[in-house]
Design a protein. Structure first.
Length: 74
């Protein structure tokens, strides 16, 4: 997992390393494709908010708000 992939995952899941370890353990041979799909799905959402001064990854957000409802300007 590269730095960008980890950042996008952190936008969506509480613990990107645990998520990745689980995918590798439960989907051997398909883990890279699953990671690529997850990153592709959420890259735009992450890019839209990552530079906001109040941006927080999912683990740091109040109530760990989901990425699809998170607004750093709120």
């Amino acid at each position: 997992m590269n730095e960008n992939e980890r950042a996008v995952l952190a936008h969506v899941v509480v613990d990107p390393d645990a998520w990745w370890a689980n995918v590798q353990a439960t989907h051997p041979g398909r883990a890279e494709a699953i990671l690529a799909g997850k990153v592709a799905r959420w890259q735009g959402s992450y890019d839209a908010v990552k530079d906001h001064p109040n941006y927080q990854d999912r683990a740091s957000r109040p109530d760990q708000a989901p990425a699809d409802t998170y607004d750093p300007a709120a």
